[in-house]
Write a protein that binds this ligand. Structure first.
Ligand code: M6R
Length: 614
């Protein structure tokens, strides 16, 4: 999605803006632009496509902006209006004295636009953002005070926004504000940074202030003033950012995605530290703030999430129901928010999100919170908006994930669900001691098994090459690995653009089997356990329609050799834990196919890392 960077200080601003925007690239975007102030003039540069195009534009105008030390920049993921130069941010008012960058969506932009046009504003773009540029400009004309103008304008705006504004007539000053979209200010020595996410500024400072909704910050080179929506000055809560710049390096891997796949064993180890001491001792999960009595009496849980997090949630449902005997509903956040749902104060609502900023999930969580539910958030961003809504917060601690395709954050979400389900089962006494002991013991062995698999990744690379030229791909599984099939298919779709679909294998015969012929690869996630034989039969049915059969299995069954043209072997693991192992080869298949096809693995077209619009 869109990204914002702003800077005021003594350094050449264009370099800082471009560098900061590069750090936000992973969020996904389709145009970019910056506005800088130099010798009492605003200069605006924009380009379609990647930042390299913007850099080329900048090269041609270097003499205009090389002394500039304040400005704002933006990468845009188009929502209102095509990804063209005209629609790229920053946007200006008619006189060109004001420039603005914006993340989010202005919901009442049509009404505002009509009103502003009547007042004489001439619109040049199809964007919702341009309305805000005109609106603030009108307020500035009345007040001659940029902070006040922003304060007045935001009273008329509906929707979600993070805004950064500069004005030519103001002595060097950046004004920024937000509602339902993230924004933080980085504090340096005689310089300030504004950004929609930490990576843009972490290289320069670790001291930051996170803006809360409706707060307005005014930055000059040597001063920062934070006010509320009424202009009341507020105390600055300065936080230390728990990030290391090194996290943003590929560390020798060709892509971030490959690096992040390889980080999974350590991610799991880190999560387990302090939670499982020995397999005989109880799980420690102090993050859960529900009392034991409440946990014992819970009879309903709802889990809300999107995309990959939704798949983790589906596995969460499976294991919580299995371990704890509590009914769990899982729903896509975007569906949950637009129906009459029956969440109440007795329901535990779990929100799952890598970014903690996904608009659909955030809205759903707020709805559930308003109904009095206890909100438990599982996220990789303990500094996110969703985390701030949490009554209980389980940070999955996967470290920053740069590749748009989620991998290590998914595995981290799964492990968090296992810990939560076992923790609840221990309190409820709903699972045999021996089962719990074996689950804990086997969970701690999984990182080593993934490492073992990664050391033989060539077999997966060869498999990927064999099927890379297919137009379609089907993944089948049953039981606990049905969501693994969905997630494997999503990974392939996202980064290779191959039409991949996951099915519960029992459903094949109810329709999808019609698509099978000798050109269709069907990958069967055939892990030993309760549904192994059934899935084998479903695979036979697919083979009988000449499909190109691939097995992902921990079975040594000789008869598989006749049924499957390619067998990917994975280390042995008990069925209940198998989703953590089974997803890794599927991530690698998607990766190697996309890499072989020459796709932009880390920044696939049309996708964004953090989807902050509904
Ligand atoms: O940040 P979230 O986990 O809430 O994001 C949800 C989805 O947008 C996300 O999982 C998306 O599907 C990813 N591109 C998956 O790789």
């Amino acid at each position: 999605m869109c990204g914002i960077v702003g800077y005021i200080g003594d350094r050449p601003v264009a370099d800082i803006l471009i560098d900061g925007l590069h750090q936000l690239e992973y969020r996904g975007y389709d145009s970019a632009g910056i506005a800088v102030k130099c010798e009492d003039k605003l200069h605006i540069y924009k380009a379609e496509g990647k930042l390299d195009n913007l850099s080329s534009v900048l090269m041609q105008h270097k003499s205009e902006y090389q002394n500039a030390t304040m400005g704002i920049g933006h990468i845009r993921w188009a929502t209102h209006g095509a990804p063209t130069v005209v629609n790229a941010h920053p946007h200006t008012c008619n006189c060109g004295n004001l420039a603005i960058v914006h993340n989010g969506i202005i919901e009442n932009y049509k009404e505002l636009r009509e009103k502003l046009e009547k007042q004489g504003a001439i619109f040049r773009t199809q964007t919702d953002t341009e309305t805000v540029a005109h609106l603030i400009a009108y307020k500035y004309a009345e007040t001659k005070d940029l902070t006040k103008a922003v304060q007045l304008a935001t009273k008329e705006i509906e929707g979600a926004y993070a805004l950064c504004v500069i004005h030519n007539e103001e002595k060097d000053k950046i004004v920024a504000t937000k509602r339902n979209a993230p924004l933080l200010v980085g504090i340096g020595e005689g310089e300030y940074f504004v950004a929609s996410d930490v990576p843009a500024i972490i290289k320069y400072t670790k001291k930051a202030v996170y803006l809360e909704d409706n707060q307005i910050v005014t930055l000059t080179k040597n001063n920062i003033v934070l006010t509320d929506e009424c202009g009341q000055e507020l105390f600055l809560k300065i936080e230390t950012l728990p990030w290391e710049p090194v996290a943003l390096s590929k560390m020798g891997y060709k892509h971030f995605m490959l690096k992040e796949i390889h980080e999974q064993p350590d991610v799991i180890r880190n999560i387990l530290v302090g939670k499982i001491h020995t397999s005989e001792e109880p799980i420690i999960l102090n993050e859960v703030k529900l009392t034991n009595d409440t946990l014992k009496n819970l009879n309903r849980i709802q889990i809300i999430a999107c995309g990959t997090s939704l798949h983790a949630a589906m596995i969460g449902k499976y294991i919580i129901e299995n371990f704890c005997g509590i009914a769990v509903d899982v729903e896509a956040s975007s569906e949950y928010i637009y129906r009459k749902n029956v969440t109440d104060s007795k329901t535990l609502v779990i929100g799952v999100s890598q970014s903690g900023e996904t608009a659909d999930t955030l809205t759903a969580i707020k709805q559930a919170k308003a109904k009095g539910s206890h909100i438990l958030i599982i996220t990789n961003r303990p500094d996110s908006a969703m985390a701030r809504e949490a009554d209980s917060l389980i940070p999955v601690s996967a470290g920053i994930e740069v590749s748009v395709a989620a991998t290590k954050s998914y595995v981290a979400q799964l492990v968090s669900f296992y810990l939560l389900a076992m923790y609840m089962a221990e309190i409820k006494g709903s699972l045999d001691e021996s089962v719990l002991t074996s689950l804990k013991s086997d969970l701690t062995k999984i990182p080593q098994k993934i490492e073992q698999m990664l050391s033989h990744k060539e077999q997966i690379q060869s498999c990927a090459r064999l099927y890379a030229n297919t137009k379609d791909f089907i993944y089948i599984a049953r039981g606990i690995n049905y969501p693994t099939a969905l997630e494997g298919a999503l990974k392939l779709k996202e980064i290779s653009y191959i039409n991949a679909t996951g099915y519960p294998a029992g459903e094949l015969k109810h329709g999808p089997i019609a698509m099978l012929d000798e050109s269709m690869p069907v990958l069967s996630i055939l892990m030993k356990g309760s549904v192994y034989e059934k899935l084998l039969s479903n695979s036979e049915e697919a083979k009988a329609r000449n499909a190109r059969m691939i097995a992902l299995t921990n079975s040594k069954d000789e008869k598989l050799k006749d049924l499957f043209e390619y067998i990917i072997e994975v280390p042995d693991v008990q069925e209940l834990l198998s989703p953590i192992i089974a997803i890794v080869p599927l991530q690698l298949i998607a990766y190697y196919i996309a890499e072989y096809l020459g796709k932009d693995v880390d920044q696939p077209r049309n996708l964004a890392k953090s989807v902050t619009v509904e």
